[in-house]
Write a protein that binds this ligand. Structure first.
Ligand code: ZN
Length: 151
């Protein structure tokens, strides 16, 4: 029970129910779809870029509280950052999700997702938005899937 409480921290519940930056961005440079077949999470990211900075990003879609909260926290945290910074944070976040220690300080509010680390099957819910963003910034057009075998 305490583990579950840790997984669904207040921040996650809040962002899961009321996602920030939720919606369309018609003038966005990148539109990228991501899918996590293990859980059924689906997001579409819209990203605006100007001179190497991500000036705005929004997402649409549906999925579990973890996937929605993660996308919400990510969009909030990364707005205004450079592509290089985002790449670095992607690596940090990913390593941290996979069990690395000492990264929390640099992850700000994203650290609220720490409870997910204890639940390996949910890690893909938390990293879906990040994988989708990474593909978007590379200009990929194919749908991103957390599983190699896309359905
Ligand atoms: Zn999920």
């Amino acid at each position: 029970m305490s583990e579950l409480r840790e997984l669904y921290q207040e921040v996650i519940i809040d962002h899961g129910r009321h996602p920030r930056n939720f919606g369309k961005l018609d003038h966005a440079h990148y539109h990228q779809e991501g899918f996590n077949p293990l859980c059924g999470d689906k997001i579409i990211l819209h990203v605006c870029e100007k001179e190497g900075l991500v000036t705005d990003l929004k997402f649409e879609g549906h999925g579990c509280a973890i996937s929605m909260a993660s996308a919400s926290l990510m969009t909030e945290y990364l707005k205004g950052k450079s592509k290089a910074e985002i790449q670095e944070l992607f690596n940090l976040f990913h390593q941290w999700m996979m069990g690395a220690e000492g990264q929390q300080d640099k992850l700000g509010k994203l650290a609220a997702l720490g409870g997910v680390r204890e639940f390996p099957t949910r890690i893909k819910c938390a990293t879906l938005a990040w994988h989708t963003l990474k593909a978007a910034l590379k200009g990929e057009t194919q749908r991103v899937s957390t599983e190699r075998d896309t359905t």
